[in-house]
Design a protein around this ligand. Structure first.
Ligand code: ADP
Ligand code: SF4
Length: 675
């Protein structure tokens, strides 16, 4: 049954060349850490997006040939018949729900290292790639001809696999964008020099793909609206390329040049819909449909960009990961049910770490195939009673899923507000969207008559026993350590003037040291940089010390590191790298070089330790007693079991709640390379 929605405009069918998308919701190509390595996992995950209502669902970057091999990152591939079979499974699952399947044909050029295929990498000229001490081979005319043949063959395999939209991908620094670069492209033949020549390869690929598969498949082009930086392709040149080729593809998928700082930036640095000013001009140049992204989760913003003629399709990667059912929820006017992306890039980090992506907001992401988890459906429970102690992300998610399963749930927290760490952290600079983790779950729970919340209830073991629930889940979280134990120190730092040592918990609860503050970041994610910023903004003179080579070093994986360091420097924070805080006597910190051990003293009034966390599992220990043998009736979940990012706590709460009352599930199935 078709439900009338005030967002009806978003649900109009839109033709893309020879095919038609059923609505304007377009899951653009995005990495998954699944690719060729986890084909069943990948196919089921994309199929779930289609079930959730996305009109177009695309693959990630899909290598056309072994000369473009991005190991260890699990890219998709269309090299051979096995790849065709694997991706055909994805296309089928997408088609089952009436969506179009898209594939982003890709050649990495000099960027990749071909660690697995061991083929020479190819470039417009010989140059270094992203990471390895390997230079590409300069492509001669026969290499260009071979590349065009490979692209064509891959396009045909894509059609054979059942794809409806086939991409040409001349952006993000990969092979075809090397040709577009006025700095990298030093050729004197018909592929170098003028803009027309530099864009020749791009044009040829579009034309050849159309000629080969255009009767049945749409040809899309992913292109940066503001070029690739002035030294490569200026904004004006990008404008001219789009102008020259405006009518050639069937769809323009428009991105921007600053990948980490803007397009893929986290909510710490960039707000929803931020690409608008850079991509808005494209529609005036082409009669073809345009899609772009912007971490869109607000239907009003989507509608405005469509109505004002900026976009034909609302593009999304992260919002479709956080909520595969976003289109359905908008269509059914269930906006309060949308699980909004928080813009943390934990998803991206997992791809970067060569693992299947997971999501802070959507714990079922990546579990569709191997665990059979559905983001909207849970098995019914037996109606027995469950006490959940702790209403942080783990406890909230557990109570939410248990409530949905029909258990009688009591959720207790010592605090006078829910959310635990996410509530505290969401008040730090740039982390406001973290609160969505709490708000989504609280919104769901509040409508469940079988879930009661008790705030201001610090429960003792006797209280828990007296409550006499059939099951108990302990989700009491973790505390930042005050003794310096972490990566660098296996034992407490001996010389510590306790009075002037603060932890993130102190600062999140209002402590604001003044004067000279040294912050020791042995954690390497966002907490150290964000607290440095907060304290500097509050007037302290902050020295940030890390044993790593950069500030917030792990956030290389979330794509935030450069923005992080730039922001800290901008706020006047001094960054000291490759250094360990070895002691503090209340007057000065002892700083030890991470390599030589050489120690220097530096005046400091306060030391902030961002090292590691201690599970707050006292209640659990008291409940299970000496022998630790609980027969599963009392379980601990989240940070009180294993301190980790918020995503892990949500996942733990979800898993415990989904599986409560059932025999322990077998180990998840292992995905194999061939379907
Ligand atoms: P997680 O990330 O695992 O969900 P958090 O640290 O965010 O953990 O949340 C833990 C919550 O548990 C906090 O809100 C804290 O107030 C609460 N809590 C800790 N001990 C108790 C207790 N004994 N009784 C009730 N609530 C508790
Ligand atoms: Fe959004 Fe974070 Fe989920 Fe990625 S992991 S989709 S950024 S909530």
């Amino acid at each position: 049954m078709r439900i009338e929605s005030r967002y009806e405009r978003l649900f109009e069918p839109v033709p893309i060349g020879p095919v038609t998308a059923k609505n304007r919701f377009y899951q653009v190509p995005h990495c998954t850490g699944m690719g060729h390595a986890l084909p069943k996992t990948h196919a089921a995950m994309r199929g779930m997006k289609a079930e959730g209502g996305w009109g177009v669902v695309c693959t990630e970057y899909c290598s056309i040939h072994p000369s473009s091999d991005d190991q260890p990152h699990p890219f998709a591939s269309l090299w051979d018949d096995d790849d065709v079979r694997n991706l055909a499974s994805m296309a089928e699952q997408v088609h089952e729900h009436g969506a179009l399947a898209g594939v982003e044909l890709w050649h990495g050029g000099s960027f990749v290292a071909n660690l697995a295929s061991r083929m020479p990498t190819l470039g417009v000229r010989s140059m270094l790639g992203r990471t390895d001490p390997i230079q590409s081979q300069r492509m001669d005319r026969s290499d260009i001809r071979a590349f065009r043949r490979w692209h064509l063959a891959a396009a045909k395999r894509a059609r054979q696999a059942g794809f409806d939209v086939i991409y040409v991908y001349p952006t993000h620094g990969y092979l075809v964008s090397e040709f577009l670069s006025r700095t990298l492209n030093d050729r004197s033949d018909q592929y170098g020099g003028s803009l027309e020549n530099r864009s020749r390869l791009m044009r040829e690929l579009i034309e050849e793909t159309r000629d080969a598969v255009g009767d049945r498949c749409a040809v899309a082009v992913r292109f940066s609206a503001d070029g690739h930086g002035d030294e490569h392709l200026s904004g004006d040149e990008a404008h001219d390329v789009i102008g020259m080729l405006a009518q050639l593809p069937d769809l323009w998928d428009v991105v921007v040049s600053d990948y980490y700082g803007e397009e893929m930036a986290t909510s710490r640095f960039v707000a929803e819909g931020s690409l608008e000013s850079k991509v808005a001009y494209v529609k005036a140049l082409t009669g073809k449909p345009v899609v772009s992204v912007g971490r869109f989760t607000s239907p009003d913003l989507m509608l405005r960009q469509v109505r004002s003629g900026i976009l034909d399709f609302v593009g999304a990667a992260r919002p479709s990961i956080a909520d595969p059912f976003l289109p359905t929820k908008i269509r059914e006017d269930r906006l309060e049910d949308i699980r909004e992306c928080i813009g943390c890039n934990i998803c991206y980090a997992h791809n970067y770490r060569a693992a299947a992506l997971r999501c802070t907001q959507n714990p079922t992401m990546g579990e569709e195939w191997r665990s059979g988890w559905h983001p909207e459906k849970v098995p019914p429970g037996d109606g027995s009673s469950v006490l959940v102690v702790g209403a942080g992300p783990a406890g909230l998610e557990a109570a939410h899923i248990l409530g949905k399963r029909g258990f009688q749930v009591a959720l207790a927290d010592a605090a006078h507000e829910t959310g635990g760490r996410v509530t505290l952290e969401s008040r730090l600079p740039g982390l406001a969207e973290w609160a969505r983790v709490r708000d989504y779950r609280l919104g769901q729970i509040r409508r469940m008559p079988n879930v009661a919340i008790y705030l201001g209830s610090a429960l003792s073991a006797d209280d828990v026993r007296e409550f006499a629930a059939d099951h108990v889940l302990v989700a009491t979280g973790a505390r930042w350590r005050r003794d310096g134990v972490g990566r660098s120190h296996g034992q407490p730092i001996r010389e510590l003037q306790a009075v002037s040592v603060l932890t993130p918990d102190d600062i999140m609860r209002g402590a604001r040291p003044v004067g000279r503050v040294t912050l020791f970041d042995d954690d390497h994610y966002y907490m150290g940089p964000v607290l440095s910023l907060l304290l500097a903004q509050a007037g302290a003179t902050v020295t940030y010390v890390t044993p790593a080579g950069t500030a917030g070093d792990w956030s290389h994986y979330t794509g935030e590191q450069e923005c992080t360091q730039r922001q800290m420097l901008g706020a006047g924070v001094e960054i000291v790298v490759s250094t360990i805080v070895a002691g503090f006597d209340g007057v000065a910190v002892s700083l030890a070089c991470a390599y030589s051990g050489r120690v220097e003293r530096r005046a400091a009034d306060t030391l902030v330790l961002v090292t590691s966390r201690e599970p707050d599992d006292g209640l659990y220990r008291e409940l299970v007693g000496e022998d630790d043998d609980t027969d599963g009736a009392i379980r601990r979940i989240g940070d009180c079991r294993q301190p980790a990012p918020i995503a892990n706590a949500v996942y733990a709460g979800h898993k415990a709640a989904r599986e409560l009352g059932s025999p322990p599930p077998p180990l998840p199935a292992r995905d194999r390379a061939v379907v």
